[in-house]
Structure formats: C-alpha cells, structure tokens
Design a protein around this ligand. Structure first.
Ligand code: ZN
Length: 411
C-alpha cells in the first residue's frame, strides 16, 4: 500500500513540526539532513523509531506542542523500568474518539446499543477510548472496567448489554462463567469487540459460541492513540486501518526492508495528523501482513491480518526459530485440548528444553495424547518438546494479557 499524495503532505507537515521542536525525532531528522518529505523515496528515507526511543523521552519529551496545549496523558505499560508517556492535545483526543466511533460503526453498532466496557480505565488507554467512541456514536456506555465477575454478569443481565468490549482472555473467562452459572438465556449480547491480544481461532470460536456473539477484532496501541485505529468488518477478513489518521507499512523485522502487500512482517505505523506526540515509522513489533485487494464490504481502508505474534516473541530452540503461533496452530489440531497453553523454555544439562503445558479433561488417555502432541510438533517444527498435560481450568486465565511463553534460560 504505497503512501499517497495526501498522506505525504501530512507526513511532511509532521516532519516540519518535529524539526522545530525538541523532540528526539526532530534531532534525528536534523542529523540525517532531512528537511521535508515530498516523494515516496523521501518517505522511505525517514528513520524508524522504537519504543526504547519513547522511553528515553520520559517524562514529556514526546510532546511536539507547547505543554499548555496538552489536555491529557496516557502511559504504556513498560515491562522494564521507565514508562512511556504519550501526551494528547484536544484534537488528538477528538480524533481518537472519531476513529473509535468508526470502529463501532464498522461492527454494526448503533445508538440503540448498550456497550459494556471491561478494559481498564486510567493511565492505560483502553477503557476511556472505548467510552469516548461509544458516546460519540450515541450508544450507551456501561463503564465497568476490569474484574469483579459477579458485578460484570449482574450488569450484563440487568442492563441488557448488547456489546461486550474485552480482551480475549477476559471474554473467555466471562463466557466460561456464564456457562458455569447457566445464565446464558438471560444474556442479550450480540457482539464482542475483542482486542489487544493475539489469539487463536479456537479461542475465538469458543468465545463466539459460548457467548453467542459475532466477534470483531480491534487494533491499536497506546503509542498511536490507543485501541481503535482499526477493526475487522462484518466480513471478518482482516482489520481495516484508518489510513486518514495512520499510515501502515510492513517491514522485514531483521533487515527493515519494506515488504510488498501480502507478505508477513512487522507493522510500522506513522501518525498523519497527531499533534501531541506524532510518531514517524514507529516499529510496533506486531506481526501481520497487508491483505491485497478490496474488502467485500466496499471500504477502501486497507486491511491487515489479525496480529499473529510479536517479532520479539521469536524463540530459538535448538537452533530452530519458533513463534508461539506455530505451536498454537499445532495444538489447535487437537479437538481434545482446550484453547489455553503455556510454553516454558529452560536450559538443562547443556541443552535447551521446551515444556508445553496443555489442558484436557479426564475422558482421554493422557499418555497417548502426550505422545501424539509431541510427535506432531516434532514433525512440524523439527524438535521434540516435553508435553505436560493438566486438568481443564488449571492454566491461568487473566483479565489482561495472558502470558504464554516463559523463557527461563536467562535467569
Ligand atoms: Zn471490510
């Protein structure tokens, strides 16, 4: 998806503002001798930026406007030390709501809907973004935030929520709880807006079937507004990205070369009209591909495939490059396993060992299942893992992102 004339002009305006500011990227542009962008080649010459650059700008170094124009900040959860602070101007907050309302519209939501919002509120961008989009659309927001499953279900029933916004893990937890309590006939949900986590087809189908909803994948990250910069439509063939706000490229994560449409690589995003914290060619480390051709829904917003993993999730086991997604795909071929799994990698007696924990019920022969899973992974990936079987429900389900890979080699 080549950058178009309008987008080039927008990037040029952002570049010029960054050059005039104390922003780290402005300094990087000056070092590279870049003064503006007027062609595709100019754009491709712009340097990438990384989350690490953003962290170094703490606290307000990402701001490209006078500080008095900042109306809000959000912060992305850093796993290490210093958080990343993203400043928003009034326009940024408005633009985010416009994008979010469009997401809801693409998901077929109308002002008649009641949207139960379970992502967190506060520094994290999620909850408030869902709410702003809901209110702009004119639907009813039920701002629950995460946790307290009893109250979630009570409100879901009494307020007759028609839309559930949740992470896939939490949607699954709620679905299982609804089944356990046998209250499915009291639930009015029609749609699930599920985001912020890579998830397999199996988990998706369980949520879809157990909640009886149509599911839409929403995309976004705190560094670029937050969730809501794209969503899948009713045809469920990839997520449309709002290319009037964000320009999307796919690069080879190793060589940083831009890949043609259709090829898998890392999503790189450029904000087009952001004031508070414009980002140019930000490496998301999310793996996906641009889907070539037009969507049957008729929308011209480009589409990316649901996120298949993180470029930094790649594990090197016995010299073989492995993505969690590949393990998951093998596990999904076993109907007797649940959608949950956990991978633990350790270094024992001079050798890398991968243990995979999977869940099943008591009705199958565990020894036989263990051997079959190990064999199928060996034939697909070229090494034999230790397969550990546990009872259904033993592996953790969380309200936020479920961590599935634990590399214990470097401790
Ligand atoms: Zn579509």
């Amino acid at each position: 998806m080549q950058i178009n004339e309008t987008q080039l002009k927008q990037v040029d305006a952002q570049v010029k503002r960054l050059l005039d500011s104390n922003h780290f990227y402005g300094a990087r542009l000056r070092e590279a001798g870049i003064t503006g962008v007027s062609s595709t080649d100019d754009f491709l010459a712009l340097p990438f930026c990384e989350k690490e650059d953003l962290r170094e700008a703490y606290p307000l170094g990402l701001s490209a406007v006078p500080e008095r124009e900042i109306v809000r900040i959000h912060s992305s959860s850093g796993t290490t030390g210093t958080p990343v602070i993203i400043p928003y101007t009034h326009k940024d907050v408005d633009d985010w709501a416009i994008q979010f309302a469009r997401c809801f519209e693409y998901a077929g939501i109308t002002p008649a809907d009641r949207i139960q919002i379970t992502p967190g509120y506060g520094l994290w961008t999620a909850g408030i973004g869902f709410q702003a989009g809901c209110e702009l659309l004119g639907a009813m927001a039920i701002p629950m935030g995460p946790g307290n499953t009893d109250r979630q279900l009570q409100f879901m029933i009494d307020m007759k929520s028609t839309v559930l916004c949740a992470t896939s893990s939490y949607a699954l937890l709620l679905a299982e709880e609804i089944e356990r309590r046998d209250v499915k006939d009291k639930i009015c949900l029609e749609r699930g807006i599920i985001g912020s986590e890579r998830w397999g087809e199996k988990m998706r189908n369980r949520i879809k079937n157990e909640l009886g909803v149509k599911i839409y994948d929403i995309y976004g990250l705190t560094e670029i507004y937050g969730p809501g910069i794209g969503i899948s439509c009713e045809y469920d063939v990839g997520m449309h990205i709002w290319d009037d706000f964000v320009y999307c490229e796919i690069i080879d994560p190793e060589t940083e070369e831009v890949l043609p449409d259709g090829e898998w690589g890392e999503i790189v995003l450029t904000t087009l009209v952001k004031e508070g914290a414009p980002l140019i060619r930000f490496r998301t480390h999310d793996l996906s591909r641009i889907i070539p051709g037009d969507c049957p829904c008729g929308s011209h917003h480009p589409r990316v495939e649901a996120i298949s993993g993180r470029s930094d999730d790649m594990m090197k086991i016995k010299g073989v490059n492995v993505f969690p997604k590949q393990i998951e795909e093998v596990l999904q071929t076993f109907p007797e396993l649940s959608s949950e799994f956990q991978i633990r990698i350790s270094h024992l007696d001079g050798r890398d060992t991968m243990r995979i924990y999977v869940e099943t019920n008591g009705s199958v022969d565990w020894n036989d299942l263990r051997a079959r899973v190990a064999q199928r992974i060996r034939s697909k990936l070229g090494f034999t893992p230790l397969v550990k079987i546990v009872e259904l429900g033993v592996l953790p389900r969380s309200e936020k992102k479920t961590k599935r890979v634990f590399d214990e080699r470097h401790r």
